[in-house]
Design a binder for this molecule. Structure first.
Ligand SMILES: NC(=O)c1ccc[n+]([C@@H]2O[C@H](COP(=O)([O-])OP(=O)(O)OC[C@H]3O[C@@H](n4cnc5c(N)ncnc54)[C@H](O)[C@@H]3O)[C@@H](O)[C@H]2O)c1
Length: 274
């Protein structure tokens, strides 16, 4: 079985690596013998996670502080990674701004009528521009491998369905103050699906596969009222646990997925089929 899913010695870049799901991607890569390269905004968090992975799994993990909206910073980081590892096998475009709509009731900034252009620009800069820049530079290096490699984009169930804004309603607030899931989330996550299809063909002749996963929401201390509403919209009747995407991520990175390219794979408890 090991040969199906081994990532032994493979260097895999994860953006937003110290976040809730990024750290899970990093963990499964290390468990499978790969070398996770952690990119995020906080050097200490990157160092702590890399140290933990090195000591727990005896792999070569390292973390770099890099803002993926900054092309110069990406190019610099690429140089450092190239010096240390020579080549990269894979990239996971995982970083995103995750606005907490639940906290927005005072200003109702999340509503489309009020949504600030600055927030639109900032959200697209991380989720879309950052993914394009990482694909441009890290993907280019991956395409130079003799046997190619792979890119995995982390989209969302909201990349393929509209947010159900009734989920975010707060009792007692007038209509114009009701919080909503920001428009940028849908746009970024749908955009990543376009990027996935583009990249799936772009370096296909170099054996670089590109796929996207569309995870459903992870249970993470949301209030009980929200949880009950969400659960009622999911055929499996619950949100995901944070480690429930590890198997899918490992599979798509591994040789077992060698013929899977351009796929948009839902992992949402059935949410998007209802
Ligand atoms: N958690 C969920 O319920 C859920 C569901 C579906 C999809 N997703 C997607 O999964 C991915 C990870 O989500 P998460 O829950 O771990 O979010 P998170 O907020 O915990 O992690 C995101 C990470 O991205 C980093 N980041 C933000 N801007 C950056 C930048 N400019 N440069 C580098 N790093 C940057 C943050 O510092 C953070 O560590 C996101 O793309 C998210 O949209 C999450």
């Amino acid at each position: 079985m090991e040969s199906f899913f081994s990532l032994k010695g493979k260097v895999i870049i994860i953006t937003g690596a110290t976040g809730l799901l990024g750290s899970q991607h990093a963990e499964v890569i290390a468990e499978a013998g790969g070398n996770p390269v952690l990119l995020d905004l906080d050097q200490k968090k990157c160092d702590d996670l890399a140290l933990n992975l090195r000591s727990k799994y005896q792999v070569d993990s390292v973390g770099y502080k890099v803002d993926i909206t900054n092309e110069d910073a990406i190019v610099e980081t690429l140089k450092v990674i190239k010096t240390r590892f020579n080549s990269i096998y894979a990239l996971i475009n995982n970083a995103a701004n995750n606005p907490k709509v639940e906290d927005s009731s005072e200003k109702a900034f999340s509503r489309l009528e009020n949504f600030p252009l600055s927030v639109w620009n900032a959200d697209l800069a991380v989720g879309l521009t950052g993914s394009y820049l990482c694909a441009k530079h890290f993907g280019n290096l991956i395409s130079q491998n003799e046997n190619g490699g792979t890119i995995l984009n982390i989209s969302s169930d909201l990349g393929i369905i509209a947010p159900d804004q009734r989920l975010y309603r707060k009792k007692g607030l007038p209509e114009e103050l009701q919080p909503v899931k920001p428009v940028t989330y849908s746009v970024v996550k749908a955009g990543l699906i376009g990027l996935t299809r583009y990249l799936a063909t772009y370096w296909a002749d170099k054996n670089v596969r590109c796929n996207a996963i569309c995870p459903g929401g992870v249970e993470n201390n949301q209030n009980e009222e929200f949880l009950n509403e969400v659960r009622s919209r999911i055929p499996l009747g619950r949100m995901a646990k944070k480690d429930e995407y590890k198997g899918l991520v490992l599979f798509l990175l591994s040789e077992s997925a060698s013929y899977i390219n351009g796929s948009i794979i839902s992992a949402d408890g059935g949410r998007s089929v209802w």
